[in-house]
Unconditional design. Structure first.
Lengths: 460, 272, 421
């Protein structure tokens, strides 16, 4: 509530600041605006920035630190018997306080002290929000007054404003970098905690995966094994099946569309592939689990084969279908980048269209096509919903596509869905898997994007 | 189908120089349309065996379009329509008895920009003979590659690096590679679409010499922007203007004594 | 090989034979291309028909007509179940034994008493009167009426026993059991009972999440694109940012979920299951998409426009805001809508940050616990009841409807404002 009010006040003050700045600038030269260094509206923006920016900084700083600060204060006020436990118990306590404060049931009878702490937390938060509102509004008014006073014919308002804007632009483009840094740090940090419990060698080369740990804390490490090879193998199996479906169909579609289909046909065919590309993965997952899996099973039974109801085959086929448009649109791009002069050269020697495509166009586009396939593989490895819904959870180490296998992404999803303790090796192992997934897809993407770029440069 | 007897002698070509040499190809009243736009308005040209015919004219006059009709390269362009008669050795090239693939093997083409395939030098040359099944064994293919490169004057420069990619050669070498590639399928006619426009003067001189040598075995039609080049390499010249063929005659005649004032204007540099 | 032999080669019978074979290969290759497209199209058709055929019945729901007397005492006790029961039993006077009456109770949704309560709340004057009301039937009855459960075969293997089937048939014959438009599906939140479950909660959750995503990723994305395309010096740093953005666009979405879990929940202590966190994660995920498409749009504005503006004395920033950005806007907008459509359909990262919880209430704010449409689909897909399969398919149809709308808008904008320079 208070935050909404603050945002409204800030918005109002910046608008007022803009108007005041503009008016004062014009008045300072008696309406002869040509005598100003910058046009009046820049003076307006100047004042508006003074009104809005400092308060905004305060707001961001406050929101980022408020939760932590208040929690420290609450914890300090709690009896020692509650706060003296190990870090894990402390985290649990914090979560309980937050949940009660937010009115979410913790599902069990709460300690009255904890309930009191939650109330304390709520009160402090309220006080904090009100003071933020007060301080923020004051800051905005002060900023506005300061900016307003500085307005004059010689103020280089345009340069100042543009300076601020360009800094803002740079900050925005750094968000992408920050995201990557955030991904790397969070994966690395949590994965290291996991590797403190489970040796990386066991994780990378162990062949037995069963992350279920004993419930009691004193048994940590006594059960549960984290050999991820079955997951890697399962991921690989499903990816291979997906590629067997997607590469020939996607590539041939791209070839047909770019080399054979006339523009009228193309305008009809392109949307079909675009629709396939736009269908959410959860829909593919549902289709794989409820339509493809029974279908594959029936076909298998007709052939006298024993097909698991969560076979790698059905998940792989549907994932392949999902990736067809990906392969075809990337290949379409690279095939179109092959210069017409090469085709002409081949036709000029009396080659047929298919000879030209197979012996000249495709070899010329090969680096790009390979890169497209690499990107598609990276996509298949990272795809979560289809495998979560249609592939199993059993960590089988098998190459038989008719059996159920599990994948890295499925495990990450199941390990982290539902109630979880943040510190158990079971939960942390998801970050270990995430780190491997990130590194593998990142290297595939890096190489592929480089190859595509080199390829484009070659024919540009 | 032999249509030689139906072909009337070209009024312009026959007027001043009697056809002492047989016609390899003839074009009669050739009209080309791109959609609704007419690019050629009825062209009549005789292409004599073992001579070089140069097609000159300002840009957009239809020279290249006409050239691409001769081996039906225009087939690959959508909504392009060709009317009239084009015959190779008296056979209608748009008729049933000649297939486009077969025609293009017999009427080869060299393009404006060198366009070697992204393959080795050897495979570039061997590509045509392979698809047409012209060489039965490895040795025969080696021989075709060698003779083609020799005829294109490239053999000595590349004989030690036949396995290296053709795209690694210099521009002039690439264009000679493309000529060698065209020769390798033993065409009867070679069409050249401004083959020197992307090359430097020394490479151009090389290609011009080569064209003169090739005349012994092939009939050559060359489109050029460069009138000196036309004068140097060709025996016959045809001047195109706005989709019409204005004049076609011995090269000497065209350059010293043009009959049409448009030709005169063009070769003296009044427009171009 | 001399010229004459070559000519004879091309006119030889061997060459003609070879030519026929080459044309056959040509034909086969073309057929392979058509087959590839046909398979892709077939898959699309199969997928869509399988979903529509499974889901279209979910838009109807069996309703039961009951004559109920809103007895004052019972209303005060809020014993609506009893009111309903009495009305129902009155329709079947011949059924008196306990097991039969229990069977009758099972015909109605367990949420039916709440419908009566809602009626009273809306119009208290009905207390003490006898009214004809329509309440939802149980999902098993609903599925039976729609023909998904067999009426023959061994009774033990059937979902509905003979007595129940007889009761359903009797009510259908007397017009007391009909199918009507399923408003619950569009107005309710999630529920364990299929006939009471709706997607409204998920739709609101999706909208709130998308709101945050849009509010963050669009301005930041456009600003970043403007900087990189218009102002950034060409050096190692901008190269790094560029490579970084391209790679980020290809990072698996679940990784963003892990980021959200570790940073937003773990480090900043934001609430689980909240649209604000979902929106933050989605914003980071769609940011690269928006930056890339905005850069393409900016790139397509010809340099002459910039030169003209700079030439009359505009500052670089004025040039961009007054001239370049407005011209690139349609392209940016198209890219943004496509990015938002992708965010709307995304599931995996939201599982990580707890938006997969079972939430009955429709969320009212950015920090309320909420779920989103694709996650709702994921959860319903896991439910074994036949009625949930049907509703999952219906929810998918609605999700696809939203996506078609958004993409259609993008296509419309592209067509309308497309400009070739």
């Amino acid at each position: 509530m208070q935050i909404t009010v603050l945002v409204l006040i800030l918005a109002l003050l910046t608008v007022i600041g803009f108007q005041m700045g503009r008016t004062r600038a014009a008045a300072s030269v008696g309406g002869r605006v040509v005598e100003l260094h910058s046009v009046p509206s820049y003076h307006g923006f100047y004042v508006a920035l003074w009104a809005g920016l400092p308060a905004l900084f305060l707001f961001v700083l406050w929101t980022a630190s408020e939760g932590w600060l208040i929690m420290q204060m609450v914890l300090a006020s709690l009896p020692a018997r509650l706060t003296s436990g190990d870090p894990q118990a402390l985290n649990l306590l914090k979560a309980d306080i937050l949940n009660i404060a937010h009115g979410i049931s913790t599902g069990r009878e709460s300690d009255p002290d904890v309930v009191a702490a939650a109330q304390h937390y709520g009160t402090l938060r309220d006080i904090g929000d009100w003071s933020l509102l007060a301080v923020g509004s004051c800051l905005a008014v002060v900023g506005l007054a300061y900016g307003h006073r500085r307005i004059g014919p010689d103020l280089r308002a345009r340069n100042r404003v543009e300076r601020v804007v360009s800094v803002a632009l740079i900050v925005c483009s750094l968000v992408a970098i920050l995201t990557t840094v955030g991904i790397v740090l969070s994966l690395l940090f949590e994965a290291l905690r996991f590797f403190a419990v489970v040796s990386p060698l066991e994780f990378l080369f162990g062949t037995h995966w069963s992350p279920q740990m004993a419930m009691r804390a004193d048994q940590v490490g006594s059960s549960g094994s984290f050999g991820a090879i079955p997951l890697f193998a399962g991921t690989l199996l499903i990816t291979v099946i997906a590629m067997v479906v997607a590469v020939p169909i996607g590539l041939m579609s791209a070839i047909y569309m770019s080399e054979y289909a006339n523009p009228a046909v193309r305008t009809w065919l392109k949307p079909i592939l675009e629709i396939l590309a736009g269908i959410p993965t959860v829909v593919y997952g549902f289709f794989a689990a409820l339509t493809m899996a029974p279908f594959v099973r029936v076909i298998g039974q007709d052939l006298g084969l024993d097909v698991s109801s969560e076979s790698a085959l059905s998940a792989g086929i549907v994932m392949g279908v999902m990736i067809i448009p990906f392969v075809s649109s990337l290949s379409d791009d690279v095939i179109n980048a092959v210069p017409q002069s090469l085709r002409d050269g081949s036709y000029g020697l009396g080659a047929t269209k298919s000879e030209t495509i197979r012996q000249v166009v495709v070899p010329a586009a090969l680096p790009g096509i390979v890169a497209a396939i690499m990107l598609a593989v990276s996509r298949a490895i990272g795809e979560t919903m289809i495998v979560t819904m249609a592939a199993g959870l059993t960590a089988n180490l098998t190459a038989n596509p008719l059996e159920a296998v599990t994948t890295v992404t499925t495990q990450i999803a199941t390990l982290l869905v539902g109630d979880q303790e943040f510190d158990s090796p079971k939960t942390l192992s998801a970050f270990g898997l995430g780190l491997v997934l990130f590194l593998v897809t990142l290297s595939l993407n890096m190489v592929a994007l480089r190859v595509v770029q080199k390829y484009r440069e070659k024919y540009d | 189908m032999n249509v030689q007897t139906h072909i009337p002698t070209s009024a312009q070509a026959g007027a001043r120089s009697a056809p002492a040499v047989p016609n390899k190809m003839v074009a009669r009243d050739v009209k080309v349309f791109y959609g609704a736009k007419q690019a050629l308005k009825g062209i009549n040209v005789d292409i004599q065996e073992n001579k070089v015919l140069a097609l000159i004219g300002p840009s957009g006059c239809g020279k290249s379009t006409f050239l691409r009709c001769l081996n039906r390269m225009n087939d690959t362009i959508e909504n392009c329509r060709v009317e009239g008669l084009i015959a190779l050795d008296g056979e209608d090239v748009y008729g049933k008895s000649i297939d486009a693939v077969q025609l293009r093997a017999r009427v080869g083409m060299v393009f404006q920009k060198p366009n070697p395939f992204p393959k080795s030098i050897y495979d570039n040359i061997a590509y045509g003979p392979r698809i047409h099944g012209m060489a039965t064994g490895r040795e025969e293919l080696d021989e075709v590659v060698q003779t083609s490169l020799q005829r294109a004057g490239l053999w000595n420069e590349v004989k030690d690096r036949l396995r290296e990619p053709g795209t690694g050669l210099s521009g002039g070498q690439q264009q000679r590679l493309c000529i060698a590639r065209a020769i390798a399928v033993s065409p009867e006619v070679i069409l050249m679409d401004e083959p020197c426009s992307a090359l430097d003067p020394i490479a151009t001189a090389h290609i011009e010499e080569l064209i003169d040598e090739l005349r012994e075995n092939f009939t050559i039609v060359i489109v050029t922007h460069n009138m000196q080049q036309a004068a140097r390499v060709s025996q016959k010249t045809a001047f195109f203007h706005l989709g019409d063929m204005v004049e076609c005659d011995d090269t000497e005649e065209i350059f010293t004594n043009p009959r049409d004032e448009r030709t005169q204007g063009y070769i003296t540099g009044r427009y171009g | 090989m001399s010229v004459t032999t070559a000519k004879s080669h091309y006119q030889s019978e061997a060459f003609a034979r070879r030519l026929r074979a080459r044309y056959a290969a040509e034909r086969n290759f073309k057929i392979a291309g058509i087959a590839a497209i046909a398979i892709a199209s077939l898959m699309l058709v199969v997928l869509l028909t399988s979903i529509v055929s499974k889901g279209y019945t979910a838009f109807w729901q069996a309703q039961v007509r009951v004559e109920v007397t809103f007895d004052k005492a019972q209303v005060e006790e809020r014993n609506y179940a009893a009111i309903l029961r009495q009305g129902l039993y009155a329709q079947f006077p011949q059924i008196t034994e306990r097991s039969g009456r229990r069977m009758l109770n099972e015909l109605l949704s367990s949420g039916a008493p709440y419908e009566l309560e809602a009626l009273v709340a809306r119009d208290p004057s009905i207390v003490g009167t006898t009214r004809t009301v329509w309440v939802r039937a149980d999902d098993e009855v609903d599925q039976f009426v729609k023909g998904y459960f067999p009426r023959t075969g061994p009774e033990a293997e059937r979902r509905l026993n003979d007595a129940k089937i007889a009761a359903v048939d009797a009510m259908t014959a007397s017009g007391a059991l009909v199918q009507s438009f399923n408003t619950t599906l569009f107005s309710a939140g999630d529920s364990r009972e299929a006939e009471q479950a709706g997607i409204w909660g998920a739709v609101v959750g999706s909208l709130l999440t998308l709101l945050i995503t849009m509010a963050l990723s669009v301005p930041i994305g456009i600003a970043a694109a403007v900087y990189l395309e218009e102002f950034a010096p060409k050096n190692k740093w901008t190269d790094l940012i560029e490579v970084n953005i391209n790679n980020l666009a290809a990072v698996p979405s679940i990784i963003f979920g892990l980021l959200g879990l570790a940073v937003f929940l773990g480090f900043f202590g934001l609430p689980r299951s909240a649209p604000v966190v979902g929106g933050l994660v989605m914003a980071l995920m769609t940011l690269p998409v928006i930056i890339i498409s905005a850069r393409v749009a900016l790139k397509s504005v010809p340099p002459s426009i910039r030169e003209a503006a700079l030439g009359i004395g505009a500052s670089p920033l004025q040039t961009v805001t007054h001239h370049v950005l407005p011209l690139a806007m349609p392209g940016i907008l198209t890219g943004t809508i496509i990015g938002m459509a992708r965010a709307l359909g995304e599931t995996a990262p939201l599982l990580m940050i707890g938006m997969v919880a079972f939430i009955v209430d429709v969320p009212h704010g950015l920090t309320d616990s909420a779920t989103v449409l694709p996650v709702q689909i994921y959860m319903w897909a896991d439910s074994p009841e036949r009625a949930f399969t049907e509703r999952t398919s219906a929810a998918i149809m609605i999700l696809l409807g939203f996506l078609i709308l958004m993409n259609g808008l993008a296509v419309f904008l592209r067509k309308k404002f497309e400009r070739r320079w």
